[in-house]
Design a binder for this molecule. Structure first.
Ligand SMILES: [Zn+2]
Ligand SMILES: [Zn+2]
Length: 271
């Protein structure tokens, strides 16, 4: 959910409206400069790319196909289309690099004309490059680890280059595949903080069997998980409005924790 949440008058949203970034937050996405890899396309991706002055996208990855990560998928058309020919500029074509399980389900994303992916491929906006478990993008090794969530498969990605490792575990990551060797000892773990149970609006409390506990860890559980897999640094992203915390609240929390940081829009990180 974006911050400010449309029409919401809460403290966090009003402050974001007044101050803008980093108080304001748009959808979950990331860009890896090494090989021009975009990860996820939330509804606001076109504006995010412009704001961050991204100049080129060679590869697109998706963590999963939930709407908050694919609503902006049409950005591939916005980037590549030559409207005079209705075809892509050939040098702008984007490689869509998905694990087979996601690639197989792409055609479930439709417009009134049918599967979006059929049109995107026919016009040359994207070229699909499905893979099984591991692939290499330029100098970056990618391992895709599925999170067992029944029919809605989601992926944790491990990026390795030279002796550096990033584990990217953004959404729907429970049960986290923490037994996998690849997720251990990351230089950087990018992960959703999970549910904050205190300080919520209207005095809300999560019951023991609340449905969100099926998909989300609590913040304390996520911190414990990061410790168990020995991540050197933790960057929390996919930060939600309903946690009722502002940029300053997260900054105060960072002070109390070691090697932990909360992401904000446009943030740049070097490993
Ligand atoms: Zn609000
Ligand atoms: Zn999500």
């Amino acid at each position: 959910m974006v911050i400010p949440k449309p029409l919401c008058r809460c403290r966090v949203c009003e402050e974001a409206r007044r101050k803008g970034v980093p108080y304001e937050r748009t959808g979950p996405s990331a860009f890896m400069h090494d090989e021009n890899i975009l990860i996820d396309t939330p509804a606001d991706i076109a504006c995010q790319l412009n704001r961050s002055r991204i100049e080129r996208i060679d590869h697109l990855m998706l963590t999963h196909l939930d709407p908050d990560h694919v609503e902006g998928l049409r950005v591939v058309e916005q980037i590549t289309l030559d409207f005079r020919t209705w075809r892509a500029y050939p040098d702008k074509q984007i490689r869509l690099v998905l694990p087979e399980q996601l690639d197989d389900r792409l055609s479930s994303i439709c417009s009134v004309y049918g599967p979006l992916i059929d049109f995107f491929e026919e016009q040359g906006f994207v070229k699909r490059a499905p893979y099984r478990e591991r692939t290499q993008i330029g100098k970056v090794d990618v391992t895709a680890i599925p999170v067992d969530r029944g029919s809605q498969v989601s992926f944790v990605y491990v990026f390795e280059k030279e002796d550096r490792k990033i584990v990217y575990a953004l959404c729907d990551i429970k049960p986290f595949p923490e037994e996998r060797e690849e997720v251990q000892g990351a230089d950087l773990l990018v992960i959703q903080p999970g549910i904050f149970e205190d300080g919520l609006k209207h005095g809300f409390h999560y019951g023991k069997d609340h449905i969100s506990r099926k998909t989300l860890y609590t913040f304390e559980e996520t911190m414990a998980l990061a410790g168990r897999i020995q991540a050197s640094q933790v960057l929390f992203s996919h930060i939600e409005e309903y946690w009722n915390r502002s940029h300053d609240d997260y900054a105060a929390l960072e002070e109390k924790l070691d090697n932990v940081c909360f992401a904000h829009d446009g943030m740049q990180v070097s490993i």
